[in-house]
Write a protein that binds this ligand. Sequence first.
Ligand code: FMN
Length: 453
Amino acid sequence: MARPIQLYAFDMNCVGHINHGLWTHPRDSSLRYTDLDYWTDLAKTAERGKFDGIFLADIVGVYDVYQNRPDAAIRAAAQIPVNDPLIPLSAMALVTQHLGFGVTVNTTYEPPFLFARRMSTLDHLTKGRIGWNIVTGYLDSAARSMGLARQPEHDARYEAAEEYLEVLYKLWEGSWADDAVLRDQKGRVFADPARVRAVRHEGQHYRVDGIHLSEPSPQRTPVLFQAGASSRGQDFAARHAETVFVASSSPKSARVLVDGLHKRAAELGRSGGAIKVLNLVTVVTGRTEREAQEKVEDYRRHASAEASLAHYSSSIGIDLSQFALDEPILDTQTNANQSALAALTGGREGATMRQVIDQMVLGSRQKPIVGSPEQIADHFQTWMEEGGIDGFNLARTVAPESLTDFVDLVVPVLQERGLFKHDYAPGTLRQKLFGGDTGRLPENHPAAAYRFR
Ligand SMILES: Cc1cc2nc3c(=O)[nH]c(=O)nc-3n(C[C@H](O)[C@H](O)[C@H](O)COP(=O)(O)O)c2cc1C
């Protein structure tokens, strides 16, 4: 097989994810996000399509930069309300056998000790299918909710996250030796206390003196995902991440990111294959090109450009309501999401609001790819070859139709072309993605330095 495509279904525990307004389409079911079977059905469909995983986004604030208030986001359900992404996962694991789960948790607001246990619990219950999308946040509204005046500076958030990971590695990898757990019913010894030790960490941001509460789980450290694309974000990813989610608008710009990441990782002693890169994509397909075109025109009538502007204003930390349609948006530094701002102004002198809104076909800044299954497959092939990426992260449009269409129409074409697997590899999520016999991080990953020796 040529380099196989990896596929994730991108979703969020909320009504409006990134293609805003589409929940108003009569066939959309995302208003049912509070029902557990909405999530178990999603997992079953993704596994039927042999997806590598479901990736759940999360934020812990609201989009209130646009017009300096959260009204547009609330009206349009633009990621508000948003429920906890971890809670549905054990039910989703119960109805699947192989599907991976990448779940977003923000390092800035959760104490590492408790977070370490929640992820270990999920790694046990999913039999080693859990991954963590490490984010540092970009919303001042989240910071205010958590008792801070505003969020820490962009690069300082990554510095704190480095220490957060050090604490986690100590807990996940180093608190219990591999042979600590004996489960000896006859001898009445569950675990050998000499092989379990407290983590003692005193750093700039965190202090921990305690034993990791969970016994070693199949992967110990969950598969590490990351999605920051600024220079500091890429440094962080190169050190820690096993899979990086990007949102490039062309294979050429993806190639720059991919090469940059691999180069940085190699400098840190991690091989080129150690990091997979997946690009965000919105697909609208049908049995024919015409059917796909008709579908996107139908969807389009339900899209909300205003909700998208509200989302985007918070992503870049600039109130886009202040610009007239043909006024250039200033290319300023921002303390929010630097790569999103760069993607918008992207070196282009004087991008205007009209140009930004023009891109928002389905209520997101991501233009959808529209076509027959063969055309979508062609598109994916081009991106893989020219962009050097490893796969795609599929945003939902009208749910669950967009996923079932993809699974029923595009997956068979990708499989026929030898670009996509017919079945899952055995083992944990890490083994399915990278091979290996243990499901644990390799020795050249920084986490390995903290193992119980
Ligand atoms: C595909 C993709 C998914 C993301 N998902 C989340 C998310 O769920 N929660 C979040 O807070 N940030 C998310 N982000 C934002 C990044 O994690 C990061 O905070 C942002 O890109 C700012 O970092 P940077 O300036 O290094 O790019 C996502 C970014 C991308 C490209």
